[in-house]
Design a protein around this ligand. Structure first.
Ligand code: NAP
Length: 319
């Protein structure tokens, strides 16, 4: 890049299949070595083991094993905001810096959450299927759905994305409330400290927490029962935040009304039971998947790597 120190001899690893624009831009800046997400890390060639930076993305992340396979690793650039698949403690212990891509994807993920809310509560996906199947033309009348306007919207995790969802729903919600580990000082919405009270007070829960061990199974059977048979849930955060077996059971037994899901425990595998349910709207992890945002995310990964290579402060460090 013009005006920048030459970095083309710096060896870096791309871990898993990256977004093509990012891959091409990395190849112009660095000496890249591609490592498959399922590679035998004990058998990496010596040239790869020389890598000083690693570029990965949310669902692949950077477990301790890949860090240990790269003894000279200094920097991990992550093409996602969620870093639940990066062993951050291990990185910290090794003095490896980690960057992610906050903010640039917030609006798109919030848009998808709102889209899933409407698609689920208004039966948009199921009704689309019945029109395509010719059932409407044959005289089948779709079942009435529920209205969105006036619903009490519970945001689980009022972070960057949670707030963007709340802002979008302010004009239509009956009330917006939220639960997280602590109240957000400048938030205008009602904070509910107890997760079950939060679920009882919500008609729709939108899950927008971070993933990782601290939120694993946060939405459990008790919380789904507290949401109740008229309640809907939308998840754009990580599949791990909801106990997926409990969700399947609650949906199958009509203990909740429906779900809109962008994320799953074992992606890209979605439980057959969810695929078979008409009250569930499914997305293949598309929260940030727009042309505009994916480019902005890639540019932020590159800006962090350029800063690292130039010895300058990182733009969006996690650690
Ligand atoms: P963020 O600003 O860090 O917000 C995370 C929120 O989670 C905070 O409000 C935090 O509040 C809350 N939280 C964390 N641990 C919690 C716990 N144990 N119990 C309750 N609340 C908890 O992150 P963001 O930028 O909004 O992103 C949120 C997540 O969205 C990401 O981590 C990622 O997993 C997911 N995401 C998904 C997609 C997609 O394609 N579907 C795209 C981008 C991001 P407290 O710390 O106060 O508890």
């Amino acid at each position: 890049m013009a005006g920048m120190p030459d970095s083309t001899s710096i060896p870096i690893v791309t871990f898993g299949t990256l977004y093509p624009y990012l891959n091409e831009a990395l190849a112009q800046r660095f000496a890249i070595h591609a490592v498959a997400a399922d590679a035998d890390l004990d058998a990496l060639p010596d040239a790869v083991r020389e890598a000083r930076a690693l570029v990965s993305f949310g669902t692949v992340g950077a477990p301790a094993a890949i860090m240990d396979a790269l003894p000279r690793l200094e920097m991990i650039g992550l093409f996602s905001v969620g870093y639940d698949k990066v062993d951050v403690h291990h990185a910290q212990a090794r003095g490896i810096r980690v960057t992610n891509t906050p903010d640039v994807l917030t609006d798109d993920v919030a848009d998808l959450a709102v889209g899933l809310l409407y698609a689920t509560v208004r039966n948009i996906a199921a009704n689309d299927r019945m029109v395509r199947a010719g059932e409407w033309a044959q005289g089948v009348r779709p079942a009435l759905c529920r209205r969105v306007t006036g619903k009490r919207i519970g945001i689980l995790g009022l972070g960057r994305i949670g707030r963007a969802i709340a802002r979008r729903l302010e004009p239509v919600a009956g009330e917006i409330l939220y639960h997280s580990r602590r109240a957000v000082v400048d938030a205008a919405y009602r904070y509910v400290a107890d997760p079950l009270d939060f679920a009882r007070a919500s008609d729709v829960i939108i899950v927008a927490t971070s993933g990782g061990p601290e939120t694993r199974g946060l939405v459990d059977a008790a919380m789904l029962d507290a949401l109740g048979p008229e309640g809907f849930i939308v998840n754009i955060s990580r599949g791990s935040v909801i106990d997926e077996d409990a969700l399947v059971a609650a949906l199958a037994e009509r203990r909740i009304a429906g779900a809109g899901l962008d994320v799953f425990v074992d992606e890209p595998h979605v439980p057959e039971a969810l695929i078979a349910m008409h009250q569930v709207v499914l997305q293949p992890h598309q929260g940030s998947a727009t042309v505009e945002t994916r480019k902005a995310m890639a540019d932020l990964v590159l800006a962090n790597l350029d800063a690292w290579a130039a010895g300058e402060p990182l733009l969006t460090p996690v650690v």
